[in-house]
Design a protein around this ligand. Structure first.
Ligand code: NDP
Ligand code: 8X3
Length: 260
């Protein structure tokens, strides 16, 4: 297996779990994020160093790329200067994203709104446009990370929900425009998953972040990585257009059944 996957936001959560999953299947990995040290540590581990008994099935190479997806210049520069052998990208996983704050519309911090739109929407567009020339040559696949918050709005979800509705719309539109190139476009909409997501959302307030996952078993990052891997492993003529996945205790973006 010599396929190449580019995963944005590979320093944590779903992106990091995907890196491990695809590495174990022998993919070559381009991993991106802003936290350079985490990318370097992951590279060392996946290329063999600390992989241990559950290590990769085949030799894995990792190309770490440090950039902020909000910075169009950095995105373009990093991706246009890829070494020739890394340009044969078969799969782009647009995963980098975040929520900031959970506040009533009239009280929410407008800088948080800007950051979410810049990251979740504009960042995804910048990366997609930069990678598409390579994907088109490979007749590859794009997998975008939406959310249940992109299918249904909830109180105080305002702009985070809007940004994920945008990811859903962009995914549908990409799928239509990519028909002529034979590129599969998939969007995964997970429910609550216990990653660093809530710590970021609540700006380092660990107690508040922990409360989000109390009284039930949320999705794990590996559950989402398994689903993404499934969508990437189907026969050439089969495309999962969208997948909504939650833990058993969650029905949609609003309804949970929690032990009190
Ligand atoms: P984490 O906080 O664990 O990971 C987020 C990743 O995104 C990190 O690797 C981070 O890397 C990267 N990232 C954030 N901002 C930027 C930026 N400006 N430039 C580059 N990379 C960035 O969260 P999750 O793994 O949970 O989230 C991954 C995706 O899944 C997000 O799009 C999120 O909205 C979505 N999602 C999450 C759910 C959940 O409950 N956890 C449920 C549904 C969807 P770094 O900080 O190093 O740049
Ligand atoms: C993350 C899931 O429910 O916090 O997209 O919006 S939720």
């Amino acid at each position: 297996m010599n396929k190449i996957v580019l995963i944005t936001g590979a320093t944590s959560g779903f992106g990091e779990a995907c890196a491990r999953k695809f590495a174990a299947a022998g993919y070559q990995l381009i991993l991106t994020g802003r936290r350079k040290e985490r990318l370097e540590t992951l590279k060392k581990e996946l290329e063999g160093g600390a992989a241990g008994t559950q290590g990769p099935a085949a030799a894995v190479n990792v190309l770490p790329l440090v950039f902020d997806v909000r910075d169009k210049g950095s995105v373009d520069s990093a991706l246009s200067q890829l070494p020739e052998k890394w340009k044969k990208i078969d799969l782009l996983i647009n995963n980098a994203g975040l929520a900031l704050g959970r506040d009533f519309f009239e009280e929410a911090n407008m800088d948080d709104w800007e950051t979410m739109i810049d990251t979740n929407v504009k960042g995804l567009l910048y990366v997609s446009r930069a990678v598409l020339p390579y994907l088109i040559k490979q007749r590859g696949q794009i997998i975008n990370l939406g959310s249940v918050a992109g299918k249904q709005v909830y109180e105080k979800g305002n702009v985070y929900c809007a940004s994920k509705f945008a990811v859903d719309a962009i995914s549908q539109s990409m799928r239509i425009d990519m028909l002529r190139h034979g590129i599969k476009v998939t969007v995964i909409h997970p429910g609550a998953a216990d990653t660093e997501f809530s710590q970021v959302r609540f700006k380092g307030d660990k107690d508040l972040a922990k409360k989000i996952y109390e009284g039930y078993t949320p999705l794990h990052a590996t559950d989402v990585a398994d689903a993404i891997f499934y969508c990437a492993s189907l026969p050439a003529h089969v495309c999962i257009n969208e997948m909504i996945m939650t833990c058993v205790a969650q029905a949609d973006a609003i309804y949970f059944y929690k032990n009190s």
